[in-house]
Design a protein around this ligand. Structure first.
Ligand SMILES: C[S@@+](CC[C@H](N)C(=O)[O-])C[C@H]1O[C@@H](n2cnc3c(N)ncnc32)[C@H](O)[C@@H]1O
Length: 360
């Protein structure tokens, strides 16, 4: 009897330990595994290589900013294309790092193309080290939502440990956007509890709102999906990888827009721009001419709401960690117009702010 009780206790202890270990894995190690598998596929590499604005941006950036004799780290080399361009530019040595099995393909291609002065390293960047600091860190670590491939943590780690003072990060200047948006009517999908279909009412489902954050985000890479921004787009956040750190990024952003297009608000579209020179910009913005087409963008969905021209719309985005999209929360409200100075006693009926929150 004592033996069985002890065994049961042992099993319970083990499964609790397993559960605890699994929770600790979730955020970083699970993402690493996902990222490594995802980029091991030829198809994902093909989509990036066949994206002309992306490739032209990197080709020009490398041609302009990598000098003969530079020592370069290519963080996340994939098929090795950026390392190859850096070598062609005269880099003395390129350390081409990747944690995915795609690195075997990069080696095959390097042999076939007689690539010189490139050293391939199968490792996660945080485990890579080299004697002496390098002149340039080259990377393409931008996710659809800019932060979701761990760019800030990975680049800053290499910068702090291995970049010379005054060394270059290509690219380093970023603009992050979170713009109120209306999608085309024929593509708009309301939340299920907002629907009445052929007289059949779904509002009873409001109390069963899904708890998974993914449900509140809609993905697309089709630029025709977006009809317009409600206001004039402007970066919600700008930063430079030369100086930023994950810990110094704000955890809360407030964006206000004056509405220029009356009508429905469907959510907040997340996209980025990065700049190497004034005339060398790469964008994933759905309405930007020349956007890099392989990047998708995300719309943070909102419940039904409408605006008039001239309304002031305030959007709040808070995050626990930028790299963890599950930790993003957003809300918006219509700001009350300023009240004109009263010449008569104020009316007893207050004009309240209207606030809606999309959340779990
Ligand atoms: C977006 S792809 C870019 C590939 C290539 N640089 C290009 O521009 O075509 C990102 C690559 O980085 C790799 N990667 C992501 N994070 C990494 C890390 N921390 N250390 C090493 N490799 C990483 C992925 O496996 C993937 O091959």
């Amino acid at each position: 009897m004592a033996y069985f009780s002890l065994r049961r206790f042992g099993h319970r202890l083990l499964s609790t330990l397993r559960r605890l270990l699994r929770i600790r894995r979730t955020v970083e190690e699970d993402y690493r595994d996902f990222n490594g598998n995802y980029f091991s596929s030829f198809y994902e590499q093909e989509r990036m290589l066949a994206d002309p604005p992306r490739m032209e941006f990197y080709r020009a950036a490398i041609e302009r900013h990598i000098r003969p004799g530079d020592r370069v780290i290519d963080l996340g080399t994939g098929t090795g294309i950026l390392a190859a361009l850096a070598s062609r530019q005269g880099a003395a040595c390129v350390y081409a790092i990747d944690h995915s099995a795609i690195l075997d393909t990069a080696r095959v291609l390097a042999d076939a193309n007689k690539l010189e002065r490139v050293e391939f390293i199968a490792a996660h960047s945080t485990e890579f080290s080299v004697a002496g600091r390098v002149d340039v860190i080259l990377h393409e670590q931008m996710g659809d939502c800019l932060f979701d491939e761990g760019m800030v943590a990975n680049v800053c780690d290499l910068r702090n440990r291995l970049l010379k003072p005054g060394g270059r990060i290509l690219p380093s200047q970023f603009e992050f956007f979170c713009e109120p948006v209306k999608v085309r009517d024929d593509r708009h999908v309301p939340f299920i509890w907002e629907l009445k279909v052929c007289g059949y009412d779904y509002s009873a489902l409001e109390r069963d709102r899904p708890q998974n954050s993914d449900y509140y985000q809609c993905r697309s890479s089709d630029p025709t999906f977006v009809e317009h921004f409600l206001g004039t787009p402007a970066p919600a956040l700008t930063f430079d990888l030369q100086s930023v750190d994950e810990a110094t990024l704000p955890k809360s952003l407030v964006i206000t827009r004056t509405v220029l297009h009356a009508g429905r608000l469907d959510g907040f579209v997340i996209f980025f721009r990065t700049r190497v020179d004034a005339d060398l910009v790469l964008s994933s913005g759905p309405l930007d001419p020349g956007r890099a087409p392989h990047w998708g963008y995300r719309i943070l969905r909102t419940e039904y709401d409408t605006f008039d021209v001239g309304d002031e719309l305030e959007v709040r985005l808070t995050v626990d960690r930028w790299s963890n999209l599950d930790s993003w929360r957003w809300s918006h409200r219509k700001l009350t117009p300023p009240v004109a100075p009263a010449t008569e006693p104020p009316t007893p009926t207050p004009v309240g702010d209207r606030a809606t929150t999309t959340g779990r």
